[in-house]
Design a protein around this ligand. Sequence first.
Ligand code: PTJ
Length: 260
Amino acid sequence: MTIPDDHPRAESLRMRERLIEGMHKNIVAEAGLIAHGRGEAFDYLLGEKTPELAFTQEQVAVAMLLSAKHPVISVNGNVAALCPHDIVKLSEILDAPLEVNLFYRRPEREIAIKKILVDNGAKTILGLEKEFQTDISEISHLRRIVDRRGIYSADVVLVPLEDGDRTMALRKLGKKVITIDLNPLSRTSLWSNVTIVNNLIRAIPEMMDIARSMKTMGKQELEVIVTNFDNFQAIGKMLSFFNERLSLLAEGDLIDPTKE
Ligand code: PTJ
Protein backbone atom coordinates (compact mmCIF):
# COMPACT_ATOMS: atom_id res chain seq x y z
CA MET A 1 0.00 0.00 0.00
CA THR A 2 1.31 3.47 -0.84
CA ILE A 3 1.26 5.78 2.17
CA PRO A 4 0.33 9.39 1.26
CA ASP A 5 3.10 11.88 2.22
CA ASP A 6 0.60 14.21 3.89
CA HIS A 7 -0.65 11.56 6.31
CA PRO A 8 0.18 12.80 9.83
CA ARG A 9 1.65 9.41 10.74
CA ALA A 10 3.24 8.66 7.35
CA GLU A 11 6.65 7.65 8.74
CA SER A 12 5.15 5.26 11.26
CA LEU A 13 2.82 3.73 8.66
CA ARG A 14 5.74 3.24 6.26
CA MET A 15 7.58 1.31 8.95
CA ARG A 16 4.54 -0.93 9.42
CA GLU A 17 4.30 -1.48 5.67
CA ARG A 18 7.94 -2.55 5.55
CA LEU A 19 7.28 -5.12 8.26
CA ILE A 20 4.05 -6.41 6.68
CA GLU A 21 5.79 -6.70 3.30
CA GLY A 22 8.72 -8.36 5.09
CA MET A 23 6.34 -10.88 6.62
CA HIS A 24 4.88 -11.76 3.22
CA LYS A 25 8.43 -12.24 1.91
CA ASN A 26 9.31 -14.52 4.87
CA ILE A 27 11.79 -12.03 6.33
CA VAL A 28 9.67 -11.12 9.38
CA ALA A 29 8.06 -13.65 11.72
CA GLU A 30 4.33 -13.18 12.41
CA ALA A 31 5.26 -12.41 16.01
CA GLY A 32 7.57 -9.69 14.68
CA LEU A 33 4.47 -7.59 13.95
CA ILE A 34 3.35 -7.95 17.56
CA ALA A 35 6.83 -7.07 18.80
CA HIS A 36 6.76 -3.93 16.66
CA GLY A 37 3.40 -2.87 18.10
CA ARG A 38 4.82 -3.11 21.60
CA GLY A 39 7.78 -1.02 20.52
CA GLU A 40 5.54 1.62 18.90
CA ALA A 41 3.70 2.15 22.18
CA PHE A 42 6.95 2.91 24.00
CA ASP A 43 8.12 5.16 21.16
CA TYR A 44 5.00 7.31 21.69
CA LEU A 45 6.08 7.76 25.29
CA LEU A 46 9.56 8.81 24.12
CA GLY A 47 7.98 11.40 21.82
CA GLU A 48 9.30 9.46 18.78
CA LYS A 49 12.70 11.11 18.97
CA THR A 50 16.03 10.20 20.49
CA PRO A 51 16.38 11.49 24.04
CA GLU A 52 19.79 12.80 25.16
CA LEU A 53 20.27 9.79 27.40
CA ALA A 54 19.87 7.39 24.47
CA PHE A 55 22.72 9.22 22.67
CA THR A 56 24.89 8.48 25.70
CA GLN A 57 23.82 4.82 25.64
CA GLU A 58 24.68 4.70 21.93
CA GLN A 59 28.12 6.23 22.56
CA VAL A 60 28.89 3.66 25.25
CA ALA A 61 27.66 0.84 22.99
CA VAL A 62 29.89 2.01 20.14
CA ALA A 63 32.87 2.37 22.49
CA MET A 64 32.29 -1.21 23.68
CA LEU A 65 32.02 -2.53 20.13
CA LEU A 66 35.11 -0.65 18.94
CA SER A 67 37.21 -1.86 21.88
CA ALA A 68 36.02 -5.49 21.57
CA LYS A 69 38.31 -8.26 20.34
CA HIS A 70 35.55 -10.03 18.46
CA PRO A 71 32.33 -8.03 18.16
CA VAL A 72 29.31 -9.52 16.34
CA ILE A 73 25.97 -8.00 15.28
CA SER A 74 23.01 -10.37 15.54
CA VAL A 75 20.28 -9.92 12.92
CA ASN A 76 16.67 -11.10 13.20
CA GLY A 77 13.68 -10.63 10.90
CA ASN A 78 12.59 -7.20 12.17
CA VAL A 79 16.10 -5.76 11.87
CA ALA A 80 16.50 -7.15 8.34
CA ALA A 81 13.16 -5.65 7.25
CA LEU A 82 13.45 -2.28 8.98
CA CYS A 83 17.04 -1.24 8.32
CA PRO A 84 18.92 -3.67 6.05
CA HIS A 85 21.13 -1.01 4.51
CA ASP A 86 22.08 0.68 7.77
CA ILE A 87 22.86 -2.57 9.61
CA VAL A 88 25.19 -3.62 6.79
CA LYS A 89 26.91 -0.20 6.91
CA LEU A 90 27.24 -0.30 10.71
CA SER A 91 28.80 -3.76 10.46
CA GLU A 92 31.37 -2.41 7.97
CA ILE A 93 32.23 0.70 10.02
CA LEU A 94 32.63 -1.31 13.24
CA ASP A 95 34.29 -4.25 11.52
CA ALA A 96 31.75 -6.47 13.30
CA PRO A 97 30.30 -9.33 11.22
CA LEU A 98 26.56 -9.85 10.85
CA GLU A 99 25.12 -13.13 12.09
CA VAL A 100 21.56 -14.24 11.34
CA ASN A 101 20.04 -15.60 14.55
CA LEU A 102 16.32 -16.35 14.60
CA PHE A 103 13.79 -17.31 17.21
CA TYR A 104 11.40 -18.61 14.55
CA ARG A 105 14.09 -20.24 12.42
CA ARG A 106 12.82 -21.66 9.13
CA PRO A 107 14.86 -22.36 5.95
CA GLU A 108 12.72 -20.00 3.85
CA ARG A 109 13.32 -17.19 6.37
CA GLU A 110 17.08 -17.82 6.34
CA ILE A 111 17.07 -17.51 2.53
CA ALA A 112 14.90 -14.35 2.52
CA ILE A 113 16.99 -12.60 5.21
CA LYS A 114 20.23 -13.51 3.46
CA LYS A 115 18.85 -12.10 0.22
CA ILE A 116 17.84 -8.74 1.66
CA LEU A 117 21.21 -8.36 3.40
CA VAL A 118 23.15 -9.30 0.24
CA ASP A 119 20.96 -6.95 -1.84
CA ASN A 120 21.98 -4.20 0.59
CA GLY A 121 25.68 -4.86 0.19
CA ALA A 122 26.51 -7.52 2.84
CA LYS A 123 29.58 -9.51 1.82
CA THR A 124 29.81 -11.95 4.71
CA ILE A 125 26.81 -13.29 6.63
CA LEU A 126 27.39 -15.71 9.46
CA GLY A 127 24.93 -18.12 11.07
CA LEU A 128 23.62 -19.83 7.96
CA GLU A 129 26.22 -22.41 6.92
CA LYS A 130 25.60 -25.79 8.59
CA GLU A 131 29.30 -26.67 8.77
CA PHE A 132 29.98 -23.70 11.07
CA GLN A 133 26.87 -24.04 13.23
CA THR A 134 27.03 -25.13 16.83
CA ASP A 135 24.69 -25.02 19.84
CA ILE A 136 24.64 -22.90 22.96
CA SER A 137 23.30 -25.49 25.41
CA GLU A 138 22.06 -22.78 27.83
CA ILE A 139 19.31 -21.88 25.29
CA SER A 140 16.48 -24.37 24.73
CA HIS A 141 14.94 -22.83 21.58
CA LEU A 142 16.27 -22.29 18.08
CA ARG A 143 18.28 -19.19 18.98
CA ARG A 144 20.72 -21.72 20.43
CA ILE A 145 22.07 -22.29 16.90
CA VAL A 146 25.06 -19.99 16.53
CA ASP A 147 28.07 -19.68 14.26
CA ARG A 148 31.42 -20.88 15.62
CA ARG A 149 33.10 -17.94 13.84
CA GLY A 150 30.53 -15.48 15.19
CA ILE A 151 28.39 -15.32 18.33
CA TYR A 152 29.95 -18.51 19.72
CA SER A 153 33.41 -16.95 19.94
CA ALA A 154 32.36 -13.28 20.30
CA ASP A 155 33.23 -11.20 23.35
CA VAL A 156 30.64 -8.48 22.58
CA VAL A 157 27.29 -9.10 20.84
CA LEU A 158 24.89 -6.41 19.66
CA VAL A 159 21.38 -7.89 19.80
CA PRO A 160 18.98 -5.27 18.49
CA LEU A 161 15.35 -6.07 19.37
CA GLU A 162 15.55 -9.35 21.19
CA ASP A 163 13.82 -11.77 23.52
CA GLY A 164 15.21 -12.00 27.02
CA ASP A 165 16.42 -15.53 27.56
CA ARG A 166 19.19 -15.40 24.97
CA THR A 167 20.57 -12.25 26.55
CA MET A 168 20.63 -14.02 29.90
CA ALA A 169 22.36 -17.05 28.35
CA LEU A 170 24.96 -14.91 26.56
CA ARG A 171 25.71 -13.04 29.80
CA LYS A 172 26.07 -16.32 31.66
CA LEU A 173 28.60 -17.40 29.01
CA GLY A 174 30.66 -14.31 29.90
CA LYS A 175 29.81 -12.28 26.82
CA LYS A 176 28.95 -8.60 26.91
CA VAL A 177 25.53 -7.84 25.44
CA ILE A 178 24.32 -4.58 23.93
CA THR A 179 20.65 -4.27 23.09
CA ILE A 180 18.39 -1.75 21.39
CA ASP A 181 14.97 -2.01 23.00
CA LEU A 182 12.29 0.64 23.35
CA ASN A 183 11.04 -1.09 26.49
CA PRO A 184 13.43 -0.24 29.35
CA LEU A 185 11.72 -2.84 31.54
CA SER A 186 12.07 -5.86 29.24
CA ARG A 187 14.19 -8.74 30.51
CA THR A 188 16.61 -8.09 27.66
CA SER A 189 16.98 -4.46 28.75
CA LEU A 190 17.59 -5.45 32.35
CA TRP A 191 20.05 -8.23 31.53
CA SER A 192 22.18 -6.31 29.02
CA ASN A 193 25.48 -4.57 29.73
CA VAL A 194 24.36 -1.62 27.63
CA THR A 195 20.70 -0.97 26.86
CA ILE A 196 19.87 1.58 24.21
CA VAL A 197 16.30 2.70 24.83
CA ASN A 198 15.50 4.00 21.38
CA ASN A 199 13.87 2.98 18.14
CA LEU A 200 16.15 0.81 16.07
CA ILE A 201 15.37 2.94 13.05
CA ARG A 202 16.98 6.00 14.72
CA ALA A 203 19.59 4.22 16.82
CA ILE A 204 21.44 2.43 14.00
CA PRO A 205 22.17 5.53 11.83
CA GLU A 206 23.11 7.49 14.96
CA MET A 207 25.52 4.71 15.93
CA MET A 208 27.03 4.86 12.45
CA ASP A 209 27.85 8.56 12.92
CA ILE A 210 29.17 7.98 16.43
CA ALA A 211 31.34 5.08 15.22
CA ARG A 212 32.83 7.20 12.44
CA SER A 213 33.78 9.91 14.94
CA MET A 214 35.07 7.48 17.61
CA LYS A 215 37.12 5.30 15.27
CA THR A 216 40.28 7.32 15.84
CA MET A 217 40.06 7.02 19.64
CA GLY A 218 42.54 4.77 21.43
CA LYS A 219 41.50 1.52 23.13
CA GLN A 220 42.17 2.96 26.59
CA GLU A 221 40.02 6.02 25.96
CA LEU A 222 37.19 3.79 24.70
CA GLU A 223 37.47 1.51 27.72
CA VAL A 224 37.16 4.48 30.11
CA ILE A 225 33.83 5.40 28.47
CA VAL A 226 32.61 1.84 28.98
CA THR A 227 33.84 1.50 32.58
CA ASN A 228 32.23 4.76 33.65
CA PHE A 229 28.81 3.58 32.51
CA ASP A 230 26.28 1.92 34.81
CA ASN A 231 23.47 0.32 32.79
CA PHE A 232 21.07 -0.09 35.67
CA GLN A 233 21.48 3.55 36.66
CA ALA A 234 20.90 4.61 33.03
CA ILE A 235 17.69 2.56 32.87
CA GLY A 236 16.55 4.30 36.05
CA LYS A 237 17.25 7.70 34.47
CA MET A 238 15.31 6.64 31.38
CA LEU A 239 12.30 5.73 33.53
CA SER A 240 12.54 9.20 35.13
CA PHE A 241 12.63 10.69 31.64
CA PHE A 242 9.38 8.89 30.73
CA ASN A 243 7.90 10.03 34.02
CA GLU A 244 8.89 13.69 33.59
CA ARG A 245 7.71 13.78 30.01
CA LEU A 246 4.30 12.40 30.91
CA SER A 247 4.02 14.82 33.85
CA LEU A 248 4.80 17.80 31.60
CA LEU A 249 2.20 16.62 29.10
CA ALA A 250 -0.37 16.14 31.86
CA GLU A 251 0.38 19.58 33.29
CA GLY A 252 -0.28 21.50 30.08
CA ASP A 253 2.24 20.64 27.33
CA LEU A 254 -0.32 18.42 25.65
CA ILE A 255 -1.81 20.09 22.57
CA ASP A 256 -5.53 19.53 22.08
CA PRO A 257 -5.80 18.77 18.32
CA THR A 258 -9.48 19.73 18.25
CA LYS A 259 -8.58 23.30 19.26
CA GLU A 260 -5.64 23.80 16.86
O1 PTJ B 1 12.97 -12.79 13.61
P1 PTJ B 1 12.91 -13.70 14.82
O2 PTJ B 1 12.39 -15.07 14.47
O3 PTJ B 1 14.25 -13.83 15.50
O4 PTJ B 1 11.88 -13.10 15.90
C1 PTJ B 1 12.04 -11.77 16.31
C2 PTJ B 1 11.00 -11.33 17.35
C3 PTJ B 1 10.98 -9.80 17.37
C4 PTJ B 1 9.63 -11.85 16.96
C5 PTJ B 1 11.40 -11.87 18.73
O5 PTJ B 1 12.71 -11.46 19.02
C6 PTJ B 1 10.44 -11.44 19.82
O6 PTJ B 1 9.42 -12.04 20.08
O7 PTJ B 1 10.80 -10.33 20.50
P2 PTJ B 1 9.96 -9.76 21.76
O8 PTJ B 1 10.13 -10.67 22.91
O9 PTJ B 1 8.59 -9.39 21.32
O10 PTJ B 1 10.77 -8.44 22.10
C7 PTJ B 1 10.84 -7.39 21.22
C8 PTJ B 1 11.24 -6.13 22.00
O11 PTJ B 1 11.67 -5.17 21.07
C9 PTJ B 1 10.10 -5.49 22.81
O12 PTJ B 1 10.56 -5.14 24.08
C10 PTJ B 1 9.72 -4.24 21.99
O13 PTJ B 1 9.32 -3.17 22.82
C11 PTJ B 1 11.03 -3.91 21.30
N1 PTJ B 1 10.89 -3.26 19.99
C12 PTJ B 1 9.98 -3.50 19.03
N2 PTJ B 1 10.21 -2.76 17.93
C13 PTJ B 1 11.31 -2.01 18.19
C14 PTJ B 1 11.76 -2.34 19.51
N3 PTJ B 1 12.84 -1.76 20.06
C15 PTJ B 1 13.52 -0.87 19.30
N4 PTJ B 1 13.15 -0.51 18.05
C16 PTJ B 1 12.07 -1.06 17.46
N5 PTJ B 1 11.73 -0.70 16.20
